[in-house]
Design a protein around this ligand. Structure first.
Ligand SMILES: Nc1ccn([C@@H]2O[C@H](COP(=O)(O)O)[C@@H](O)[C@H]2O)c(=O)n1
Ligand SMILES: C[C@@]1(CO)OP(=O)(O)OP(=O)(O)OC[C@H]1O
Length: 183
C-alpha cells in the first residue's frame, strides 16, 4: 500500500545508451537503419569521418537523457514511446524525441530540476562543443542551460569503446512534481 507523501515529490532517474560508430563510407550493421549521414551528439553536428549507427539520428547522449527522464517519472523507456521498428522514427532528429519525452512528463505535472550526463568517447573531442550542446538540449527540454551537465571522457583505449567502435552515454535526471496551490 502506498503512503501519502509529506515531503517534496522529487524523483531521480537513470539512463544509459550505446551506439556503434561506423565509417561514413561503411555499411550499417543494422539492415533497418537509416543511411548514416552525420555524427550528432546532444543535438550538435560534429565533423567526423564516422557516424553513429541507429534507427534515428543515433544521438546517444540525447537518448540517455530521454531514458533518465522517463525512468524518473516511472514511465516505460524510449523504445516503448519511439519503437525502432516504426518508420516514423527512421532518421529522426533526437531533439524531437526529447521534446516529446518532456511533453509526456509535463502532461503528468513533472518539471525538470536538473540533468547530468557523461559521454564516453575516444573521439570526437567534445569539450569545444559543450556550450552548444547544453544550449540545444536546454532548448528541447525547455529549461535553462545551467540545469544540464555534460562531461566527456575517453575510455583510455580500453575495450571496444576505447578502440573507437562505439560511444556510450550515461545520464541522471531529477524531476519534481508541480504543486497545485491550496485554496
Ligand atoms: N571525447 C572526449 C573525451 C575527453 N574530452 C575532454 O578531455 C578530458 C580528458 O579526458 P580523459 O579521457 O583523458 O580523462 C576530459 O575531462 C574532457 O574534458 C573531450 O572533450 N572529449
Ligand atoms: C531512438 C530510437 C528511435 O526509434 O532508435 P535508435 O536510434 O536505434 O536508438 P536506440 O537507443 O537504439 O533505440 C531507441 C529508439 O527509440
Amino acid at each position: 500500500m502506498s503512503r501519502p507523501s509529506t515531503t517534496t515529490p522529487l524523483r531521480i532517474g537513470h539512463g544509459y545508451d550505446i551506439h556503434r560508430l561506423v565509417k561514413l563510407d561503411g555499411t550499417s550493421p543494422r539492415p533497418d537503419a537509416a543511411p548514416p549521414r552525420r555524427l550528432v551528439l546532444g543535438g550538435v553536428v560534429f565533423e567526423s569521418d564516422c557516424v553513429l549507427d541507429g534507427h534515428s539520428d543515433a544521438d546517444v547522449l540525447t537518448h540517455a537523457i530521454c531514458d533518465a527522464l522517463l525512468g524518473a517519472a516511472g514511465l516505460p523507456d524510449i523504445g516503448h514511446f519511439f519503437p525502432n521498428t516504426d518508420p516514423a522514427f527512421k532518421g529522426i532528429d533526437s531533439q524531437k524525441l526529447l521534446e516529446k519525452t518532456c511533453a509526456e512528463l509535463r502532461r503528468r505535472s513533472w518539471e525538470i530540476v536538473n540533468i547530468d550526463t557523461s559521454l564516453v568517447a575516444e573521439k570526437p573531442k567534445i569539450a569545444p562543443a559543450l556550450a552548444a550542446m547544453k544550449a540545444r538540449l536546454a532548448e528541447s527540454a525547455n529549461i535553462d542551460a545551467d540545469r544540464i551537465g555534460i562531461k566527456a571522457t575517453t575510455n583510455e583505449g580500453v575495450d571496444d569503446i576505447g578502440r573507437g567502435l562505439a560511444i556510450t552515454a550515461h545520464a541522471v535526471a531529477l524531476i519534481e512534481k508541480r504543486q497545485i496551490p491550496l485554496g
